[in-house]
Design a protein around this ligand. Structure first.
Ligand SMILES: NC(=O)C1=CN([C@@H]2O[C@H](COP(=O)(O)OP(=O)(O)OC[C@H]3O[C@@H](n4cnc5c(N)ncnc54)[C@H](OP(=O)(O)O)[C@@H]3O)[C@@H](O)[C@H]2O)C=CC1
Ligand SMILES: CC(=O)N[C@@H](CCC(=O)OP(=O)(O)O)C(=O)O
Length: 308
């Protein structure tokens, strides 16, 4: 029998993108809530409890409410919000992060989809820490730029309403308390709190995340080629990986490092650049905030959980 899937928040940015990705599939039974009832807890409870798997594309508080409404009915959840990313009993839904992760996702009742910002840095840092090339207590910072759809319907309306007067480049998270820091620290396996310097740009979707590494104080300084090999080996061994690693090349710039490069796909490409003489490296990830950064990862997790 086809798995019953309900997208709570199907009319929002992430929900609509998931619907597009699932269109035409005959191996699932998509339950759809009437638009005027989408915020009615009783109707949501009915749909959530009837579903085998519910995908939550909601603000954090509403996502917590959905879980409370149906967890006891055995409904399995994929939560796209920030609410459960470091919560006990929840599996982090980044399938390529670790060799065993896809299996954990497939067997879980509760899966939390990763945040868009931490995914790139986790994808690059975790294999280096696991390989012993970077100590877990390294002082890590990350920056990057995302399209404004990362802020959901409200931010899309704000940017599109401003027209030409929208800021081209807007740093934010200036209190250094970005909500993605805890999941970044936990899943990259860092023992010190990383710094995040996010920027939103005047383009709709796509993102680049960057992690600069000062390696000169390390006891054993890895070369750029060694960093690249550790990351490339990690993903080469990952079946069904949506993450690929660009060849190691020390070019001054690359047309591939473009936030919009992977738009409307679920892919992520990782780049390693380095200057060995200066003991410095720069890790860069390119992906779509709405693809691998949100809906693509949700669908990847759904396929694992439903055995599609
Ligand atoms: N956009 C992105 O790139 C990413 C988003 N996420 C996360 O995914 C989740 C959804 O984000 P996004 O799609 O961007 O947000 P949107 O604001 O675009 O969509 C949220 C949807 O949830 C609906 N909603 C709000 N409150 C309730 C409620 N109490 N009950 C039922 N429905 C409700 C909204 O309706 P209405 O509009 O009428 O209020 C809207 O349809 C968020 O937690 C977000 O942080 C995660 C990764 C990336
Ligand atoms: C541009 C913008 O505002 N982006 C959002 C992140 C979007 C995302 O990953 O969402 P979660 O809330 O589910 O973690 C932010 O930085 O808060």
């Amino acid at each position: 029998m086809a798995a019953k899937i309900f997208i709570d928040g199907e009319h929002g940015t992430t929900g609509l993108q998931i619907l597009t990705r699932l269109a035409g599939r005959t191996d699932i039974d998509l339950l759809s809530i009437p638009t005027d009832k989408r915020k009615d807890p009783d109707t949501r409870a009915e749909f959530l409890r009837a579903a085998d798997i519910a995908i939550l594309c909601l603000p954090d508080a509403a996502a917590k409410e959905s879980v409370a409404l149906a967890a006891d009915a055995g409904t399995r959840f994929i939560d796209a919000s920030t609410a459960h990313r470091t919560a006990d009993g929840w599996v982090y839904g980044f399938a390529e992060m670790d060799r065993g992760q896809a299996g954990l996702i497939a067997a879980a009742q509760f899966v939390s989809n990763p945040g868009c910002w931490p995914q790139g840095p986790i994808a690059m840092l975790r294999p280096l820490i696991e390989a012993g090339l970077l100590p877990a207590d390294h002082a890590v910072s990350m920056s990057g730029i995302t399209g404004y759809s990362g802020g959901g319907r409200q931010m899309i309306e704000d940017y599109e309403g401003q027209g030409d007067s929208a800021p081209a480049y807007l740093p934010y998270g200036l209190t250094l308390q970005h909500k993605h820091v805890p999941e970044l620290q936990l899943n990259a396996r860092l023992t010190r709190t990383p710094m995040m310097m996010p920027v939103v740009g005047d383009f709709a979707q796509g993102m680049v995340t960057m992690v600069p590494l000062q390696l000169d104080r390390l006891e054993k300084i890895p070369t750029g080629a060694q960093l690249h090999a550790a990351i490339a080996d990690h993903y080469a061994a990952m079946p069904g990986s949506l993450v690929d690693v660009a060849p190691y090349a020390n070019s001054e710039r690359s047309p591939d490092i473009n936030p919009e490069r992977h738009n409307n796909t679920d892919r992520m490409t990782l780049h390693v650049h380095a200057n060995d003489a200066r003991a410095q490296a720069l890790l860069i990830a390119v992906y779509d905030n709405l693809g691998k950064g949100a809906s693509g990862a949700a669908v990847q997790n759904l396929k694992l959980m439903a055995g599609l």
